[in-house]
Design a protein around this ligand. Sequence first.
Ligand code: SF4
Length: 338
Amino acid sequence: MQEARLWRQLKENTVQCRLCNHYCSVRPDERGKCGVRENHGGVLYSLVADRIAATNVDPIEKKPLYHFQPGSHSFSIGTVGCNFFCIFCQNDSLSQSPKSGGPIPGEQVSPQQLVQAAQHYGCKNISYTYNEPTMFFELMLDCAELAKEQGLANVMVSNGFMTPECLDELEPWIDAINVDFKAFSERFYSELCGSRLEPVLENMKRIKRMGWWLEATTLLIPGQNDSEEELRDMAAFIRDELSQDTPWHLSRFHPCYQMTQTPTTPVSTLEMAHAIGKQAGLDYVYLGNVPGRKEGNTYCPNCERTLIQRSGFSAGASQVENGNCCNCGRPIAGVDLG
Ligand code: SF4
């Protein structure tokens, strides 16, 4: 247990956490909504600043990031806890378990050990993922600083609900992020996730201004966020408020957690969403969780040459040279594409 950062004292030993947009007031001996920040005697502590619950070496494509160091291995770490309550969570054993107030699982680690392990496995970057990385902000920050010193890049896979203060602290250290752009309605965020949309939209714009590499992912859930109108609005937001070269990943839902009665996303819905993204003028629209589709490849938006062919999470040799299409010379957005 380590004293948390980003909180302030209220009255009578109650504290306000300022890490995410819930801005929880936490009374003594209680935890915030995420289940991993606890008030002891008027001081807020992180319960996950020194332990991880999951590590793996993943292809960066699994995050998914398709335009950031493609083909690289990413040392991926996560803890437990989440500030969202998504009823369709695909990782609920990690994200929701601490909310009942029980002990926090995980293996004790130091940032030094994590960076050494990333180097040992030949990774080019470290991904903070599996559960919402804002939850382990303190560990992520220390690890990211050290990783950067050693020449490794840092990647977040996030719901984008952190506070501006949190983003300010992370700004110098994070290189790329995939934000879960879950829907374009406050109803969806409130009823299905126990959260709010507006801060996520604001954060995506802020992240773009900060200069991190940004990709967005939308899990298409039948009947919830897959209407033509909503998808058009999302595509227009990406184009107008972020940039037309921001990659958009459209991912297939499979029944899970508390949403087992909802069917798998039909392929026709994914195809419709892909067409909407392209019609809106987005340069890079991808389909995920549907292996073997050509919409998993990267194409030049000008001459349509296949630039990176993908099979599952594995990426073939890049046909991008010095950041440009090898065929027509058009610049291709991304980082270390070839
Ligand atoms: S991180 Fe968010 S959910 Fe957790 S205590 Fe802080 S404000 Fe509340």
